[in-house]
Design a protein around this ligand. Structure first.
Ligand SMILES: Nc1ncnc2c1ncn2[C@@H]1O[C@H](COP(=O)(O)OP(=O)(O)OP(=O)(O)O)[C@@H](O)[C@H]1O
Length: 589
């Protein structure tokens, strides 16, 4: 788990050179301040006494040079800070992406996940800015140290007044950090809505429908409402900040006035020269502006712990630390569910109820049923993707929780209904790895066995980038994309393969031929097919019929037809829809 100190280490890592450069710049600035103070004093003392114009000219020239040096140092440190920020942003993102390694998707596939990730990103952006804040803080503390010391050598009371009248600013900034945190939580939903709406306005797939359904104005309105809500909340935050700061700001001029009066009193009593007075007045101004900046930067002391806490809560919710278990057998010979009940987070009713089934190595199983009956949920549970109660999912008669957390993922392969269309080359889409010569050779072997999975004209051009997202990309048809997803699943060549509506976009001939080939070539390994096509299902040894989250029937194709239950009706209706005259006898042997 990342602590505040670790965040700082992540930020500094690899930026030592830039950070050292900033420190050198920071170290020079107070010296410039010191010299400026003394030159100012000399300048005004000479003006007040008997000015020697050539001396004055030199002092003025030196002051101008110091000012120029100060400006160059400030610009230089701004440039280095910008470079640091870019690197830090990159490292924080890398850390965030690297940390998100969930071992189940139950909490991830929820609206709360998107909300929380938006809030987390907002708060990490604050951490990103914190390096500038830390640099600003060090810089201003050094400047404050020099000028504060100079003022204290003349009047400790003036120093105390300056400090006391600046305290309200610190209070405001620390409170603002808490407000920001609350703001991020309330604005996240509107940010998501506005991003989704802008995607719907700009995405090519959505644009098609926008044109046909004439929905541009409506989508624009949805976006405008969400964007307006973000603006409203941001303005409210800024107004609140402004009001609090205005109140705190009143204290500073009052403090400045008091210090001026103290200096003036000393001037009148001749314990200060005119040069002292002028230099001290400038120093007091500088001290105030330094304190203002220190106060503004001090909010990081609240922001870093807040971001750390958010990150911790996020990981605990979505990437819970699995319990230490290390069972990793050579092979899983059976997978079984025992009276499994499963409900999605915040769902009104369970998606699956009382599911028991047993799958042996080498089985070919089909899961069928109407929309929403729980087929995909059951499939995902078999893949180990959902968190289930202990004692409900077993591998080799051992609870899945006894196994090393990602062990089961390594044994299974899948074509999901919502398979990914990676904007990568064909080889990368299939292997999901950097395409070495060995990987290319394996992909080519697969394509030789299953030529229908890659469009013919691309067999010799496996580096072709797919999709419309990147320049030079080649878009595929829906069915062609689905074939690439099947190739990906077969490439993994795993003992368990799950095809969730994997061939729904294929033409019927290819679909049947492909499934036949997959089943034949996977002899001895397990294949589970979720399908609405009962001809495909009929190739399985066992068919499971789902209804309202329960297993309604199970058996082979012939057994289920003989039982004349729901499967029998479904089969007949599908045949009728295909234009075939159905006679019970012709199907029941
Ligand atoms: N991520 C989710 N979060 C909450 N509820 C879900 C989620 N996914 C599915 N459901 C609900 O669970 C139930 C079963 O869905 P599931 O996707 O398993 O059905 P299915 O039989 O595969 O349907 P289809 O044939 O349409 O693919 C449905 O009522 C659905 O609304």
């Amino acid at each position: 788990m990342t602590s505040s100190l670790q965040w700082i280490r992540i930020m500094i890592q690899g930026s030592i050179l830039n950070a050292s450069f900033v420190i050198v710049l920071l170290a020079i600035q107070p010296t410039v301040g010191w010299l400026t103070f003394h030159l100012n004093k000399r300048l005004f003392d000479q003006i007040a006494a008997h000015p020697i114009w050539s001396d004055l000219a030199w002092v003025a020239l030196l002051l101008a040079l110091l000012k120029a040096t100060d400006l160059i140092l400030s610009e230089g440190s701004r440039l280095v800070q910008a470079r640091l920020s870019l690197r830090i942003h990159n490292r924080l993102e890398h850390h965030l992406y690297g940390s998100i390694q969930p071992t189940c998707i139950t909490q991830v596939e929820t609206p709360a996940f998107r909300h929380d990730i938006t809030t987390l990103k907002n708060s990490l952006n604050q951490i990103e800015q914190s390096i500038s804040s830390i640099i600003g803080l060090v810089q201003q503390v050094l400047i404050l140290g020099v000028y504060g010391y100079l003022i204290l050598t003349y009047s400790w009371l003036a120093g105390v007044v300056l400090l006391v009248f600046s305290l309200p600013l610190f209070w405001v900034e620390l409170r603002t950090a808490l407000w920001l945190e609350r703001y991020f939580h309330t604005v996240a939903q509107h940010q998501i809505e506005s991003m989704l709406a802008s995607d719907l306005i700009l995405q090519p797939q959505a644009l098609k429908e926008t044109m046909i359904f004439g929905s541009r104005l409506y989508l624009l309105r949805r976006w405008a409402e969400a964007a307006e809500a973000v603006i409203r909340k941001t303005v409210k935050l800024k107004n609140g900040e402004f009001k609090m700061r205005s109140v705190a700001m009143v204290f500073q001029p009052t403090g400045f006035l008091l210090t001026e009066l103290l200096f003036f009193k000393q001037l009148a009593a001749n314990s200060l020269s005119v040069g002292d007075f002028a230099a001290l007045s400038t120093a007091a101004m500088t001290v105030f502006s330094s304190i203002t900046m220190i106060a503004a930067n001090s909010r990081i002391f609240n922001q870093i712990p807040i971001a750390t806490r958010n990150f911790k809560t996020f990981l605990n919710t979505y990437v819970p630390q699995p319990k230490q278990a290390n069972l990793q057998p050579d092979a899983v010979t059976s997978v079984s569910l025992h009276e499994l009940n499963f409900a999605y987070p915040n769902a009104a009713r369970p998606a699956l109820a009382d599911i028991s089934l047993h799958m042996m190595k080498g089985d070919v199983i089909a899961i069928v049923g109407e929309n929403g009956s729980g087929k995909s949920t059951l499939a995902k549970i078999l893949l180990g993707l959902h968190a289930v109660e202990p004692g409900t999912l077993h591998l080799n008669d051992r609870d899945i929780h006894d196994y090393e957390p990602r062990y089961w993922f390594r044994q299974v392969s899948v074509v999901n209904q919502d398979y990914m269309k990676y904007p990568f080359s064909i080889v990368e889409n299939i292997a999901l790895a950097h395409p070495t010569e060995e990987i290319r050779a394996r992909v080519k072997r697969l394509i030789r066995s299953y030529p229908m999975l890659v469009p013919n004209d691309l067999h010799d051009e496996l580096d072709t980038v797919l999709g419309n997202s990147l320049q030079g990309g080649r878009q595929l048809s829906g069915g062609q994309w689905q074939r690439i997803a099947i190739a990906r699943a077969l490439y993994k060549d795993s003992p368990y393969l799950l095809l969730d509506e994997a061939t729904s976009e294929l033409d019927p001939m290819t679909e049947m031929n492909l499934i036949q080939q997959i089943i034949a070539e996977r002899g001895g390994r397990t294949t589970v097919m979720v399908t609405h096509n009962l001809s495909v299902a009929s190739m399985a040894q066992q068919i499971i019929v789902m209804h309202n989250g329960r297993i309604l029937e199970r058996g082979s194709h012939q057994q289920l037809l003989r039982a004349k239950g729901r499967y029998f009706d479904m089969w007949n209706k599908q045949r009728l829809a295909e234009g075939e005259k159905v006679h019970e006898q012709s199907f029941v042997s």
